[in-house]
Design a protein. Structure first.
Length: 432
């Protein structure tokens, strides 16, 4: 989201970012009232950012044109008429839309448009249910102005180190150590902190380098530090130019989960060696317990637990996760959530690349409602993720060539990556 230029919006934006931190820092104590105020402040923060983002998009969409008008044959670019049998041509706010059947395959038509059109226009080729295809010509100056905004390395490093601090704080707190009182014992929080940051960072770097490979303009990762909960809301990169085709969209979307998976599995495997099976007749967990997962709750977790802890891990046994194991498990869990076929999540981009915009949007809506019902009736702790997903569930930027389908190999990879059953299990949480 772009920083708002209106002074009032800028002030509200800063308040939205600082409010949860202020509530946390000046909390009166660990009371029910404080927890309620904190979650209300966080919800207000997310809603305010979402409203400001929508306001900025509406303001950006305002153009000098009064409304749509039909383009006659003489006004239609020759490059478009060469690749399409134009049935309808409309211009609105500087954007030209042409609908009709393509004369050649979409990939060939897109390449011809790219070569023949002036540099000030960006072609977008999409499916059209009635007439076969549509070509959208978008003026480029606004996009180039946004892309030329310089990357600020100091901001990325600042967010990285703040996230390192907050995750170390949280990792130590889960071990029963308050770093405000015992700062010298910060090392107890490092296994969780370093493991989680490595997983998140490598995940985003997978997106980053794959986007660069496809000549896309992207920023380095932004980490999101928070002094509560897990110590972070994750990380993200900002794509400042659209993918050329579905292949590029798919490759960028799938590279992150695969890269993060390569780090999360060894972290979980190593961390499980320092974990233990819950003991006790009532199945209660020790106070130093971070989170628990049961053997059999997912295929991958069961296999890794058997490799690390041996035959003691019977089906249904509860595993007390060490800090590093919890970071690895959390990485797999967040990856599984991120692979849900919803909006601008990686799974949403993968689904859109596999099936196109129309089918992908339908799948996204079904998945969003399924996630909400799962949080409502199965695991209430999932509701926080539902709110976050809902706020970022926009459609995102489509690929410029949104018609040419993926090759069979990528389709197989997409189906495999979309199966969440092998990635992670639901947590059991603390038992009091």
């Amino acid at each position: 989201m772009q920083r708002p230029r209106n002074p009032l919006l800028a002030f509200l934006f800063i308040v939205a970012l600082l409010l949860p931190w202020l509530v946390f820092l000046f909390r009166p104590g660990e009371t029910i009232t404080w927890h309620a105020l904190f979650w209300l402040a966080l919800l207000f923060c997310l809603l305010l950012i979402w409203v400001m983002s929508a306001t900025q998009r509406r303001l950006a969409a305002v153009g000098p044109d009064l409304g749509p008008r039909m383009l006659n044959e003489a006004e239609q670019p020759e490059a478009v008429r060469q690749v399409m049998d134009v049935k309808i041509a409309i211009k609105e706010n500087g954007v030209q839309l042409f609908r009709g059947p393509l004369r050649e395959p979409a990939s060939v038509s897109f390449e011809k448009l790219n070569r023949a059109l002036p540099k000030g226009l960006v072609p977008l080729v999409q499916e059209d249910e009635q007439l076969g295809a549509k070509i959208v010509l978008i003026p480029k100056p606004a996009e180039e102005e946004f892309s030329r905004k310089p990357v600020r390395p100091w901001l990325h490093w600042l967010l990285f180190f703040l996230t390192l601090i907050t995750t170390t704080w949280v990792g130590a707190r889960y071990q029963g150590v308050n770093l405000a009182q015992e700062p010298g014992r910060f090392a107890v929080g490092l296994p969780y902190s370093i493991g989680l940051i490595l997983i998140l960072g490598v995940h985003e770097l997978g997106h980053f380098f794959m986007a660069r490979r496809h000549a896309m303009d992207v920023t380095p990762p932004y980490f999101i530090p928070v002094p509560f909960g897990l110590g972070t809301f994750g990380a993200f990169i900002q794509m400042r130019s659209p993918p050329v085709n579905r292949k590029a969209l798919f490759d960028v979307a799938v590279a992150g989960p695969l890269a993060g998976f390569v780090i999360a599995v060894p972290a979980l495997l190593l961390g499980l060696r320092f974990s233990s099976i819950a003991t006790g007749s009532d199945g209660t967990l020790s106070p130093r317990f971070l989170d628990g997962a049961t053997v059999g709750s997912s295929i991958l977790f069961t296999v890794l637990t058997r490799l690390s802890l041996g035959d003691a891990t019977q089906y249904g046994a509860l595993v007390q996760l060490s800090p590093l194991a919890f970071a690895g498990w959390l990485g797999l869990f967040v990856t599984a959530l991120n692979l849900l076929p919803v909006g601008q999540l990686d799974g949403g981009h993968i689904t859109r690349a596999m099936f196109g915009s129309r089918v992908g949007q339908t799948i996204s809506s079904v998945a969003m409602w399924s996630l909400f019902l799962l949080a409502l009736f199965v695991w209430p702790g999932l509701m926080m993720w539902v709110v976050i997903v809902l706020l970022i569930a926009g459609r995102g930027t489509p690929p410029l060539n949104d018609v040419t389908p993926l090759d069979p190999v990528r389709m197989v990879v997409g189906y495999f990556d979309s199966d969440p059953r092998a990635h992670a299990s639901l947590p059991l949480g603390r038992r009091e």
